[in-house]
Design a protein around this ligand. Sequence first.
Ligand code: ADP
Ligand code: MG
Ligand code: MG
Length: 516
Amino acid sequence: MSSLAGGSYPPTLDDALEKDRLAQAIKDWTIANGLAVRPPPAVVSNNPEGILAMSAPVTLFPSPFPKGCFEEAKAIQTKYNELYARISQDEEYLSGLVQEVASGDEFIAELWKIHLRVKEEGYVQNLALGLFRSDYMVHQDGDNLQIKQVEFNTIASSFGGLSAQTSLLHQHLAKNEYPLLQNPISRSSVDLPANNSAEGLAAGLAAAFRAYGQSTLGHPTCVLFITQDGERNVFDQRHLEYALQSSSTTPDPIPVFRLPFSQLLTHTTLAPSSPTRQLLYHPPHNPTLTFEVAVAYLRAAYGPSDYPTPTAWEARYQLERSAAIKCPTILTQLAGMKKVQQVLATPEAVSTTPSALRRFVPNDEAAYAALWRTFTNIYPLDTTPAGQAARRLATDPDACQRYVMKPQREGGGNNFYRGAIPRQLKETPEEYWASYILMELITPPPVVNTILRNGVLEQGGVICELGVYGTCLWDQGTGEVLRNEESGYLLRTKGDQSEEGGVAAGFGCMDSCRLV
Ligand code: ADP
Ligand code: MG
Ligand code: MG
């Protein structure tokens, strides 16, 4: 198998003084520039004032990444944005997929119930905002390298803030530190692409804020970031807020607030006796202020742990039925189900219904082919012939080694890999198997790098996952797309022994691309 590491890049550092110098440079730059996270609760409880921050885990060197693959992933993003905007508008189709998984998945069933409640009284906001992230790994097949999609995120797509900073960190090191190594890397030999992920995502939020227009009730309008309690990845979000605040072209900044999802019902109300159901935010620090929420940006509410009580579901209902532009709506959140990705990737010949990709991309052959190339094999685990065949693979102790099994969940840590698949299926009643999908494992070419995590250097084989951000604003009623942009990238890297790669989940680290 050929290796992307090739030659002497990235270097493996053996000299202790040299390693210390680079690690120190990174420790300081990351804090000086907000490439940081809050420390874990054990540390925080010793520092109740909450002033501590620590460096986000990061690679010493930008990992080599094939230029053609990088450019392909960026180029296709606007097609993906459009595809997922269309899926979000196809309530009937989503309904069918929800029915297929809901019996074994109470969380999806609850989301659908909220959507139906709001549908019955009528939605009062037609505009919908997507801050998407399409994730890929490079699949190596002989000499051929091809990006294959890991998943498409439609809710709380994170790390756009930290990713832009990581690109800047590696640019700083390439200019000031790598040329001073014992085996120097010349500045000109490192091709580091620009990365506007923070500004790009903020521009998406700003576009929705402008599209909402003025308050008819005379309140100032605002953007509301809806967060998780005890969020450690707060600086990632703050970078987006700051970019949004400084993006205003008028002397007045865009008001941005942060509100934990758990406090939504305490600090927001729907405008009383108004049929248009404006969402009003009452900042707890100043009772004389009231803002009308133009854009509600969810960085929470994507998994069952955000809904510990029925009240949390009422909070989601209040949000969904309000006039705020939701990022995302429940339909858009559901468009991000792994089940949707599976039906898109199911070839026409196998599919029981017309191919889902054809349904959503009926006329544009070039877009169809470009999207199709990024899919890998994904199978249902239902009782159709294709599902039965997949069940045989999933329960076979040898065949299962080539697969990952996924439930309809977000946020990392939910999947079953290789030998864990038959074990999980054994514990799951067969009538619920259809709530999972079975996906072929993507096998990227080997890369070696060094990760700085919690002040410790870990050197070895790594696996890289590229994410490309997209921002899309559309009208659910007319289908008109008001904004459709590719909005920067993320490279996350994990040790090659780790199956999950989430930075927030504690396995992965921030990285950037050195194009090769
Ligand atoms: P989540 O929505 O929880 O992030 P993902 O589908 O992204 O779920 O899976 C989590 C992680 O599992 C990915 O970041 C990746 O490291 C690994 N993974 C998922 N699917 C595959 C695959 N087909 N091949 C290899 N690794 C995968
Ligand atoms: Mg996801
Ligand atoms: Mg993921």
